[in-house]
Design a protein around this ligand. Sequence first.
Ligand code: SF4
Length: 415
Amino acid sequence: MNDGTVTLATRRKTRQITLAHPTNPVTVGGDARVSIQSMTTTKTADVEGTLQQIYALAGAGADIVRCTCNDADAAAGLAHIVPRSPVPIVADVHNNHRMALAALEAGVHCLRLNPGNIKKADHIRLIAGEARDRGVPIRIGVNGGSLDEQLYQKYGGKVTPEAMVESAQIEMAYFDEVGFDQIKISVKASSVPLMVEAYRQLSEATDHPLHLGVTEAGPPPAGLVKATAGIGALLAEGIGDTIRYSLTADPVEEAKAGRMLLEALGLRERKGLDLIACPSCGRAEVDVIKVANDAQAALEGFKVPIQVAVMGCVVNGPGEARDADLGIAAGRKRGHLFVKGKVVAVVPEDEMVEQLVHWANVIATEGVDGALTHADAGAAAEADADRAALLVEQGADANDSEQRVELIRKNLVDR
Ligand code: SF4
C-alpha cells in the first residue's frame, strides 16, 4: 500500500502469531499489516479508568494495548478489563513470575516478559508451558537498560547489540524446551543507533516477528523525533511487524504517532486528513503557520482520506501543490482554492479555512470530479489576474537574485 511508484524495501518475511481477541483478533508477522501498540498509564486495578484509556487508544489507531500486571490487584483488574476491551490486551510482567500466571488466568491475549527481570529457568519454562496450553503468545522484551548483569559483563560492561540479541536468544531457548514458539521479540534501547543495529542483527538471527521501539524516548518533540528515527529507519529497511512509540506524554499521542508514521511510509491506508503546507518564506501573502494550524484543527476529525495543501502565495503555491486533492494559496488578501490543481474559487482571506472545510465536504460527498463541476466560472481568470499582478509587484524573482548575483560578480571583479 503506497501512493504510487516508489516503494520501501520488501518487508522481511517472518512467522505469524495471533493475539486471539474473540471479535478483533490481531495477527502479527508474516503478511499481516504492521500493527500499532501503546500502553495504558492508569493503575490496572482501576478497571473503568483503564478501559476508558483503552477505548481512547483504540480510537486513535492502537491495534493492541498493553497494561501493567504488577500486583494481585492489577491481575484482578485485568480479569474485568479483558472481556470488555475492543482490542487485544498484553500484560506487562516484570519481576514476579506469578504475575504472568495470574495474567494468563485473567485471559490476556499476550504476555510481555523482560528476560533481564525474570531469570529463573524453571519460572520461564512454567510461564511458557502455561501460555502454550492457552494459545497465548509472548513477547520477549529485551531492554538495553535492564540487560542481564552476566551478559553486560560478558560484553565488556557495555550494552551492545550483540548482548541484546543474545539475551533474546537465551530466553527463546527456554521456550524451545517446552515447545513454545508463539513469540515476538523486541530489543529496545534509548539510543537510536544501538536499537537499529540490535534489530538488524536480530532480524538476521531469527524469523520471529519483531516489535519495534525506542525505549524511554522522552517527551515530544525530541521523543517523537527519536522514536520516528529508529522505528522509521527499520521499517524502511523492511524490518518490523509491530511498533510502539514510548513517549512521556498522553499515550493517545503514541497511537497517533504510530498511525501517522505508518501512513507516511505508505504502510497504512490514510483514513483522514493529510495536511501539507509550505514552510512559508518572504513571498508569503498570509500567516501560513496560523492558516495551516487552523485548517488542521478544523479538518482533524475528517473521516475521508484527503490531502489538503495550504500554500503561502499564489505565485508558487498552486504549482507545488498541484497533486493535492484540495488546496488554498494566498494572494492579494484573497485565497485561491484549487482542486487537483484546478482553481475552483477565489475567496476573501478571512474565509480561507471556512471555505477549505466546505470544499473538503464537497469532495467527501461528490468526489474530486463532482467537486470540479461546482467550480466558479470566473475563478480561474480571477486567479490568473491576481498572480500576474503579484508577479508585476514582486517580480518572478522575489529575492531579486539575478541582480544580486550580478552585483556579487561585479564586486568580485572590481575588488
Ligand atoms: S508557496 Fe510561496 S510562500 Fe510558500 S514557500 Fe513557496 S514561495 Fe514561499
